[in-house]
Design a protein around this ligand. Structure first.
Ligand code: ZN
Length: 59
């Protein structure tokens, strides 16, 4: 089964957060968005950041 991973520092944040073992690209994105809201005080995630997150997600 393919899993998806994401590291916050891959988008240039000084942050040790990572998503591991997400079962889909959407799930990894969702976890990253929730993290951005809670840990990085983003009320909404700008499209530019969403694009960075998307390209940083590895399968
Ligand atoms: Zn982070």
């Amino acid at each position: 089964m393919t899993t998806y991973a994401f590291k916050c520092k891959d988008i240039g944040m000084q942050c040790g957060f990572e998503v591991k073992g997400a079962s889909s690209r959407d799930e990894a994105m969702q976890l990253a968005v929730v993290h951005a809201k809670t840990a990085h005080n983003m009320q909404t995630v700008p499209q530019e950041v969403a694009n960075k997150v998307s390209s940083a997600i590895r399968s």
